[in-house]
Write a protein that binds this ligand. Structure first.
Ligand code: AMP
Length: 217
């Protein structure tokens, strides 16, 4: 099983991909998480990616394709995966197709989580991430039991640099210009399932599970 989770920043791709990857025993490959890890470890890739990320811009396709191709090779061949935040441009989607074709593989489904800009801005500005386990929480929609602490592991919650309001607007524009063309790209290939991403976490998980069941049997 190979799935892509597509949708604007803040719609909950990461939260849902994590839940479903655990339930279905799939690998969860988030390009955003991998890049943040590269930055933390002060690698050459992390250094190149950081300025693009802090400005709310996309990291160049060639860097992303190289990075994801290595990750897919490392992933156990028999293990399915959820790609979260990749592809984000048409050239990335074409690159992914080529990588899969080379291994006689294909995508099962692209889950497109949709939502309105108002909700996304609110969610992103109030989003917090755990420094320890990377669990995502939200001060308005899903507040932590203890202020500043992760419900999952007690780690310190922090706000990502690119979740500040100016960068959020830039990321939504970049999504509109460069990523939203992928909706038609995958719709034309009959791979797209749209799920409204604005409800509660549990409701949306249920809707995605229903789509996966219907499409992948
Ligand atoms: P995310 O955690 O998915 O919101 O990604 C955070 C940032 O990482 C994005 O705003 C981009 O700067 C960068 N990024 C993540 N995935 C990609 C990708 N597939 N292509 C280009 N840039 C990416």
């Amino acid at each position: 099983m190979k799935f892509v989770f597509l949708g604007p920043p803040g719609i909950g791709k990461g939260t849902q991909a994590k839940i479903l990857a655990d339930q279905l025993d799939l690998a969860h490959l988030s390009t955003g998480d991998i890049l943040r890890e590269e930055i933390n470890q002060e690698t050459a890739l992390g250094e190149k990616a950081q300025s693009f990320m802090n400005a709310g811009k996309l990291v160049p396709d060639y860097l992303i394709l190289d990075m994801i191709s290595k990750k897919l090779q490392q992933n156990n061949e028999n293990r399915g995966y959820i790609l979260d935040g990749f592809p984000r441009t048409v050239p990335q989607a074409e690159g992914l197709e080529k990588m899969l074709e080379m291994n006689q593989q294909k995508l099962e489904l692209v889950v497109y989580l949709s939502g309105s800009n108002d909700v996304l801005v609110k969610r992103l500005s109030s989003r917090r991430t755990c420094r320890e386990c990377e669990t995502i929480t939200n001060l308005i929609f899903n507040p932590p039991k203890k202020e500043g602490e992760c419900d999952n592991c007690g780690g310190l919650l922090f706000q990502r640099d690119d979740d500040n309001p100016d960068v959020v607007l830039q990321r939504l524009k970049v999504y509109q210009d460069q990523t939203s063309p992928l909706i038609d790209f995958y719709r034309n290939k009959m791979l797209l399932s749209e799920v409204n991403g604005e409800g509660s976490v549990n409701d949306i998980t249920g809707k995605i599970q229903a789509e996966l069941k219907e499409k992948s049997g």
